[in-house]
Design a protein around this ligand. Structure first.
Ligand code: A2P
Length: 327
């Protein structure tokens, strides 16, 4: 088996390498691709030192699978070459997520959708994955009709440069220097920014509409009403989401707790409350503050938290690959 990682040097690409090792998917050859800036860089994988190559069409020849960890434009640019090579492309970007003939998959929720692919499978948005892992067990008791979410998203969601910008701002402020934001639209150190992505319909941002559009597709729930507010917070890793749901029928806290505990996926219901510092560096999604909602009669509110580079991106993509290999 030959696997390629497009964007291997980024936050998600590097995590994909770790997840492959953890999930014991060790290909005969792993081809690491990135921009020309990274040509010749060395990255460790399975006790070997692998060289990063500047992406060119020839690198895709003979590959069985390509894991994509680049932005949507770069993904769109290389997808035709990957398709031509015959490799199956599991893409973490937003480029193809809403295309009708492209499955959008969280294996524990709609894994079998992955089997109907035509060469490309999309990995969902990070906050959407963490939220849906938390509410999917409730949706199985009674279909979710309405969902309201507010996200608290870590800077690493914007890649390596997001982490560097927070570090630099903290340093600059300590030295009395002026901060110069470039990755985020405002200073992120000691702040929070209620704007992620670009402006879309009726005052919502592109990131906020992903929760609605991708959530509907993954849950096979096209009429689900979703309102989402996405906020960037000065946290390095792990997104947190406050969620309220109303289902077709009322669902008790006890029934939801039991369904979450029995869910066939790494979701853990806490007595206390999950926080990013405790949930980073692992694939598990934590749920806490499960309680009756005070607006939706018979509805539920909860707080969930998970490492968005792992379950929200790399681990989910590698789990899609594992699902394909197992089926
Ligand atoms: P590079 O490190 O060479 O810039 P992140 O989201 O953490 O910033 O990572 C983005 C990933 O996408 C990196 O591996 C980066 O490579 C890669 N990348 C960015 N632009 C391009 C491009 N035009 N062609 C190929 N890879 C790219």
């Amino acid at each position: 088996m030959r696997i390629g990682i497009l964007g291997a040097t980024g936050a998600v690409g590097r995590q994909m390498m770790e997840c492959l090792e953890e999930q014991q998917i060790i290909p005969d050859e792993l081809v690491l691709l990135a921009s020309p800036r990274s040509e010749g860089k060395i990255l460790p994988f399975a006790k070997k030192q692998l060289t990063v190559h500047a992406v060119r069409e020839e690198w895709f020849e003979g590959l069985d699978y390509v894991l994509g960890a680049v932005d949507a434009d770069t993904s769109k640019k290389w997808a035709p070459a990957i398709r031509k090579s015959g490799a199956v492309y599991i893409d973490n970007s937003s480029a193809f997520r809403l295309e009708e003939d492209i499955p959008l998959v969280i294996p524990e929720i709609n894994g079998s959708d992955a089997l109907n692919h035509h060469g490309i499978i999309a990995n969902p948005n990070c906050s959407t994955i963490i939220t849906l892992m938390a509410v999917a067990p409730i949706h199985r008791i009674s279909p979710i009709r309405k969902l309201i979410a507010s996200t608290y998203q870590a800077v690493s969601g914007a890649g390596m440069h997001g982490i560097e910008e927070l570090e630099q701002e903290v340093k600059d402020l300590a030295e009395g220097k002026e901060v110069k934001p470039s990755v985020f639209p405002a200073q992120i150190a000691y702040n929070c920014i209620p704007w992620i992505g670009s402006g879309k319909e009726e005052g919502y941002t592109s990131e906020e509409l992903k929760m609605r559009n991708e959530g509907r597709k993954i849950l096979h729930n096209p009429d689900m009403k979703v309102t989402c507010t996405c906020v960037r917070v000065p946290v390095y890793r792990s997104h947190s989401i406050s969620v309220s749901v109303a289902c077709e029928e009322p669902v008790s806290v006890e029934a939801a707790a039991e369904a979450i505990s029995r869910f066939d996926g790494d979701v853990y219901l806490e007595d206390g409350y999950p926080m990013p510092l405790d949930t980073s560096g692992q694939d598990r999604v934590y749920v806490g503050r499960l309680r009756p909602d005070m607006v939706f009669d018979g509805g539920l509110s909860l707080f969930c938290c998970g490492d968005q580079i792992r379950k929200g991106a790399a681990a989910n993509a590698v789990s899609i690959l594992a699902y394909l290999l197992a089926h």
